[in-house]
Design a protein around this ligand. Structure first.
Ligand code: G6P
Length: 372
């Protein structure tokens, strides 16, 4: 088994480092000679995809956060309303779905029982189901109308890392494909975004190359008892995933919040020394989200929080209020989660390792949960 880890301490470490390749593989072979997107494996009628009037993403755990990122991208690119729901909640609440609903089931294993039951339930209501899955030959794609494979390669560590980045990437591809099919965007706009996507593996590699500092901080913080994560827009699911990784790997209390929600409750948790990760949106984004999140950092810092900030290269505004800044390369706003989540994965993995824990097989968890 040591050999399969190719020199890494754990499968998780290896899989975190596999991420540039995983994303590149998910993008591979998705365009034709004219640069148009082709999703060959989809096996679904184009007319169905053209008539869809709502998308519902169903998934569990990390896969659900990939769906959460997908919502921002697909709504922006395609103007189709997208709901994201935990599969086990969707299944038991009498959801409004019909023939015009596209249900997108996201699952690394393709075997998660909660997700499978939701797929069956959706199809019984007449919805078409498209599965975004990593494992070939698994049950969920077999029981779905269409499948988009993520090509991340086998993921051994129980907690998901490279499959997450591949799921987000596949969801972007689906969004762009729908935009192309439905004429929401000009072909050159789609080609441009696809080109931006193609640059992401190199940028993820840069984040990995700069990970020394986040590892050091993680080791220093190995006896911390609670960490909070704040993010906004696509940074919100990144915050949720950062918190989930820390719970799963290090068994530390961790919570992710939408940064805008801070003043509506979570700020009461801030006391001197409380570590808080803040995912800062690009200052190049439209709107004023960047300055709002910078104000959040200022607010929690004033109350004694230890601020650990993930920001884009060149963002100097965060420095005065940050105890640490982990810079990631610049990227289009919607694609930024592929970069921002990486320091958080490394933080959780390193901190858990420093605590002497088995990051590949955390207690009480299973890789595919085949019971409801
Ligand atoms: C388990 C794993 C998680 C994973 C979730 C969904 O709980 O521990 O890491 O995110 O299942 O798994 P799936 O295979 O459906 O993506």
């Amino acid at each position: 088994a040591a050999a399969e880890k190719s020199g890494f301490r754990s499968f998780m470490d290896k899989e975190i480092h596999d991420q540039p390749q995983a994303v590149a593989d998910t993008l591979l072979g998705r365009t034709d000679l004219q640069g148009r997107l082709v999703l060959d494996d989809l096996r679904i009628d184009e007319s169905v995809l053209r008539s869809v009037d709502k998308i519902v993403v169903i998934a569990c755990g990390t896969a659900a956060y990939a769906g959460h990122v997908a919502k921002y991208a697909i709504e922006h690119w395609c103007r189709i309303p997208v709901e994201v729901e935990l599969a086990h909640e969707f299944r038991y609440r009498d959801p409004v779905v019909n023939e015009k609903t596209l249900v997108v089931a996201i699952s690394q294993s393709g075997e998660t029982m909660d997700t499978l039951m939701a797929v069956r339930h959706a199809r019984e209501q007449g919805a078409k189901v498209l599965a975004i899955v990593n494992t070939h030959g698994s049950t969920i794609p077999r029981e779905s109308d269409a499948v988009l494979y993520t090509h991340a390669g086998p993921e051994i560590a129980v907690a998901s890392t490279k499959a997450f980045l591949s799921q987000i990437t596949a969801a972007y591809l689906l969004g762009l494909y729908l935009a192309q099919l439905r004429g929401n965007k000009f072909p050159d706009e789609i080609a441009e975004i696809f080109e931006d996507l193609r640059q992401m593996p190199d940028k993820i590699q840069q984040v990995l190359d700069r990970a020394g500092r986040v590892r050091e901080i993680a080791r220093w913080m190995s006896d911390t008892s609670s960490v909070l994560f704040l993010g906004r827009h696509v940074g919100y699911p990144v915050a949720l995933e950062g918190a989930l990784k820390l719970k799963e790997l290090a068994y530390i209390h961790a919570e992710g919040f939408a940064a805008g929600e801070l003043k509506h409750g979570p700020i009461a948790l801030i006391e001197p020394g409380q570590p808080v990760f803040v995912i800062v949106p690009s200052p190049r984004g439209r709107d004023s989200l960047h300055s709002k999140v910078v104000s959040n950092i200022q607010e929690i810092r004033a109350r004694g929080a230890r601020t650990l900030v993930v920001a884009e290269d060149g963002d100097e505004d965060v420095r005065p209020f940050a105890d640490e800044v982990f810079y990631v390369p610049q990227a289009p706003v919607l694609l930024a989660p592929l970069l921002a989540v990486v320091p958080l994965q490394i933080f959780a993995c390193e901190l858990a390792t420093a605590r002497g824990l088995d990051v590949d097989q955390p207690r009480n968890l299973a890789k595919s949960v085949t019971v409801e």
